[in-house]
Ligand binder design. Structure first.
Ligand SMILES: Cc1cc2nc3c(=O)[nH]c(=O)nc-3n(C[C@H](O)[C@H](O)[C@H](O)COP(=O)(O)OP(=O)(O)OC[C@H]3O[C@@H](n4cnc5c(N)ncnc54)[C@H](O)[C@@H]3O)c2cc1C
Length: 512
């Protein structure tokens, strides 16, 4: 760094889901200067990113980092992990299913050493600028109504209109989404937190199409700024007077720490990176929600009416004593048979799909780098279905069997002609499991790779104030910090992490 290196109080890496929240909140203080650095372009003129219903057009588009994994001996080796490289990040790409994190999950976080991340953290839901509303009446698909009524009766669970004002354990119903029903525009982090202030706050600088390649850490182990590559390929640096905050997501945040020499010493040495600080938990504890797949031929065309195409859900427990659901079964309004087709199954013209997921996965994976070259893709091993007691496999199977039960019950049965995948002839557990595990999806909920931990947690990467252990002036605030994966879809929890991080950093912490 030189005397002319641009300086800001706060440098935020990643303008995805939590990054915009931090940029907006920290720049509320006119005395503080904030620099938000985003790898991708703006979403402001990109209808595929703005219109919720166009989310699938973002899959494997120019905005999708589309990460692949190493082979998964017990799961699907062909998963494409979408990560959106655009302002708003995955909140500009996802279906904005909007769940408040269940208290049972947050109590578990606290029990694991994340003090302050229980009831106090839950209160941050009320601060969000996100427009969380139930799927509007004009977007409600009659087929989904039939499926949720079938599930409520067949599984003896309540029909729900709201998921965010009670502590529920099961139920079926239309969801709450982050969207503006009148326009169909998504309520992403960029739409709500950045668009209203971009170009209007002189203390907020947003660098787009700029990729951070390294956190610069001085001899006293203090993060002094970042090195980045601009759109024209040139290399530049910015200095952080107070802090660097990493919001690059559960794959790219640990990747950036590793490229900066912070991580497991042996892994860094193998990759040819000079060790700055040995921190064994970086990249460990990778979690995701694997989801099973059931496809039927429909007896008649399913109406297309939708808000997001993922508008309703069935949540069930396998054990009545559990404080949270074990299976979250989405009912997508689009054909999702690619993984079955790869195994030789043919998708009929009119089809119906259910995707029951493992809501509390116990398998753990990791993210690491193979070399010091930032252009080499990250290495990802989800460890799908490797938990020693077989919980995830059992839950996947239970979800598939639940889907079959619903398909045989009216009124859903009236929509079904025949089972296509896994196929009615596949009944025996081991055969069903093998097929289900080869064709499962991801719900794109990677998290946990820089988890919050108490001081005695050997895999803790950040403390409960989100400060990276052993390095001054450096925090992580995105889905990486989850100690365990929320039972529910996580985007609202990530936005809440952004809100709480802003309070932790500015010193105005709100508690319940
Ligand atoms: C297709 C899809 C559907 C989903 N559906 C839902 C849903 O309906 N509901 C739900 O709750 N969750 C959903 N999710 C998950 C949810 O969107 C994510 O968990 C959440 O948005 C992750 O937020 P994040 O801030 O951790 O990371 P991201 O949103 O991925 O943000 C990271 C940002 O950092 C940028 N970046 C990365 N590396 C660098 C670097 N080196 N330099 C500069 N910038 C960098 C990226 O471009 C990106 O903008 C979905 C995800 C996907 C992909």
């Amino acid at each position: 760094m030189t005397a002319t290196t641009p300086e800001f109080d706060y440098v935020i890496v990643g303008g995805g889901t939590s990054g915009p929240v931090l940029a907006a909140r920290l720049s509320e203080d006119p005395e503080a200067t904030v620099c938000l650095i985003e790898w991708g372009p703006s979403d402001q003129r990109e209808p595929r990113a703005l219109q919720l219903l166009r989310w699938a057009e973002m899959l494997e588009s120019e905005f999708d980092l589309a990460y692949r994994s190493v082979p998964q001996p017990r799961g699907n080796s062909h998963i494409v992990q979408s990560r959106a490289r655009i302002l708003g990040g995955c909140s500009s790409h996802n279906t904005m299913i909007a769940f408040r994190p269940p208290l049972a999950d947050l109590r578990e976080w606290e029990a694991l050493g994340a003090s302050g991340w229980g009831e106090d953290f839950a209160a941050y839901y009320d601060l969000l600028l996100t427009n969380i509303v139930a799927v509007a009446p004009e977007h409600r698909n009659p087929f989904l109504q039939d499926v949720i009524e079938t599930a409520a009766a067949a599984l003896n669970i309540p029909l729900r209109e709201s998921w965010n004002d009670t502590q529920w354990t099961d139920g079926a119903g239309f969801l709450e989404l982050g969207y503006y029903p009148e326009t169909g525009v998504r309520s992403s982090a960029s739409v709500d937190y950045l668009h209203p202030i971009m170009g209007r706050r002189s203390n907020l600088t947003t660098l787009l199409e700029t990729r951070v390649t390294r956190v610069l850490i001085d001899a006293h182990r203090r993060a002094e700024g970042v090195q980045m590559r601009l759109a024209d390929g040139s290399v530049a640096e910015v200095r952080a007077r107070r802090e660097v905050i990493l919001c690059a997501g559960a794959i790219d945040t640990p990747r950036l720490l590793l490229l900066s020499g912070v991580g497991p010493a042996e892994e860094l040495a193998t990759a040819g990176v000079t060790v700055v600080h040995n921190l064994p938990g970086v990249g460990r504890n990778l979690m995701d929600h694997p989801e099973g797949l059931l496809v039927w031929e429909a007896s008649r065309p399913v109406p297309e009416l939708a808000a997001s195409q993922w508008d309703a859900i069935i949540a069930t427990r396998l054990d009545a004593e559990r404080e949270a659901a074990d299976i979250l079964c989405h009912i997508p309004l689009l054909t999702l048979a690619e993984n079955a087709e790869r195994l030789g199954f043919q998708t009929p013209r009119h089809s119906i799909t259910l995707t029951p997921n493992v809501a509390r996965p116990r398998s753990r994976g990791r993210v690491w780098i193979g070399s010091a070259d930032p252009d080499q893709p990250p290495l990802i091993d989800y460890g799908y279905f490797t938990d020693p007691d077989g919980h995830d496999e059992r839950t996947l199977l239970a979800g598939i069997r639940m889907g079959r039960q619903l398909a045989q019950t009216q009124p859903m049965a009236g929509w079904i002609k025949r089972e296509v995948f896994p196929g009615a002839e596949v009944q025996e557990d081991s055969e069903l499991s093998a097929l289900a595990r080869q064709a499962h999806h991801t719900v794109y909920h990677v998290s946990g790779t820089c988890r919050i931990g108490a001081i005695d947690d050997p895999l803790g990467v950040v403390d409960p104030q989100l400060r990276v252990r052993g390095i001054d002036g450096l925090r992580v605030a995105d889905a990486s910090v989850f100690p365990t994966l929320t039972t529910v879809n996580p985007v609202i929890t990530v936005l809440m992490v952004g809100e709480r991080a802003a309070d932790l950093i500015s010193g105005r912490l709100r508690t319940s």
